[in-house]
Design a protein around this ligand. Structure first.
Ligand SMILES: [Fe+2]
Length: 303
């Protein structure tokens, strides 16, 4: 997978129903100075549409904004019943195929996680054990998906709060092994790096960046999180990956450090809950744009 052969999408925002009209209005306005060049869609929400939802999606298509799909239910961590024979939900695959052709997707992505066991969807991103057997399963699944869709696939580093069994490798080694064995790209979530570094204390964010195959990073997610979370059962989690708060400086710094090391094709502001007015997200996009501009400047100075 050579990311230089893929298109450059620039900055984007997640398309969410609560903000759809405002987002499209901003996209077409003269205030949009490269702040929203594309929108990320969760494909599971846009397949087999009918009625009002189909009409609303047509309005999005008519706006001319580029769309890039990011799935939650492909479940690349699901082991097939017969080893070596990937098995996906044909209803989901067929729907996504039609959608990806319709939106002319440049690539697609999903998390390194398990969201389905057999035909049962778990409605959550369950972490997979960081062992060679998982690498084999995920690589087979990703190769199958890339063949099936004839599109590059990106694996996203997830945040997680527990591990199921003892790891045979570090998180970075696990991701690198998948990238190599599947010959796919990476969607690097810089907030997830911060969340895992803080909750598990296994590495510093920059150290993690330096152990990854950054030449495979095509797309970036950046988001906010919630501090000091206590569950209703009394469990304390240092940080919860909510995508419902503003981005903190430490996470902008990870983006800066990443861009000092490699170029990327697309950066997404990921906001999924606790939606503010769009103008607040536009301010965050301006901050991200500032980080990108300073990185480009630094690169030019080094030359
Ligand atoms: Fe993400």
């Amino acid at each position: 997978m050579d990311k230089n052969k893929l298109s450059k999408a620039g900055l984007g925002l997640g398309l969410r129903r609560a903000l759809t009209q405002e987002t499209l209005d901003f996209y077409s306005s003269e205030n949009n100075t490269g702040l929203i060049e594309w929108l990320e869609i969760v494909p599971e929400n846009y397949i087999y549409l009918g009625g009002r939802k189909a009409q609303q999606f047509q309005e999005v298509l008519d706006s001319g904004v580029a769309l890039i799909p990011h799935g939650v239910n492909l479940s690349i961590g699901t082991a097939p019943e017969t080893p070596g024979k990937p098995c996906f939900d044909p209803y989901l695959i067929d729907g996504c195929k039609e959608l990806f052709q319709q939106i002319e997707a440049p690539w697609f992505s999903d998390h390194i996680s398990c969201t389905r066991v057999g035909e049962y969807y778990l409605q959550n991103l369950i972490p997979v054990p960081m062992i060679q057997e998982s690498v084999d399963i995920i690589a087979d699944n990703v190769k199958f998906l890339q063949d099936e869709f004839q599109l590059p696939f990106l694996v996203e580093n997830p945040s997680f709060y527990s591990t199921i069994i003892d790891a045979e490798m570090s998180e970075a080694q696990f991701i690198n092994s998948i990238l190599e064995q599947a010959d796919c790209g990476m969607l690097l979530d810089v907030n997830n790096i911060y969340v895992n570094a803080t909750n598990h204390g296994n590495y510093q964010p920059v150290e993690f960046l330096d152990s990854l195959m950054l030449e495979r990073v095509v797309q970036v997610h950046i988001a906010g999180h919630l501090n000091g979370y206590h569950s209703h059962t009394g469990h304390k989690i240092e940080i919860l990956d909510t995508h419902g708060e503003g981005i903190i400086d430490e996470v902008y710094e990870i983006l800066r450090q990443l861009l000092a090391r490699t170029e990327v094709n697309a950066i997404l502001l990921e906001r999924d809950s606790n939606f503010p007015e769009l103008k607040e997200l536009v301010e965050e996009l301006k901050q991200i744009q500032g980080v990108v501009a300073r990185s480009a400047c630094d690169a030019a100075i080094q030359v």
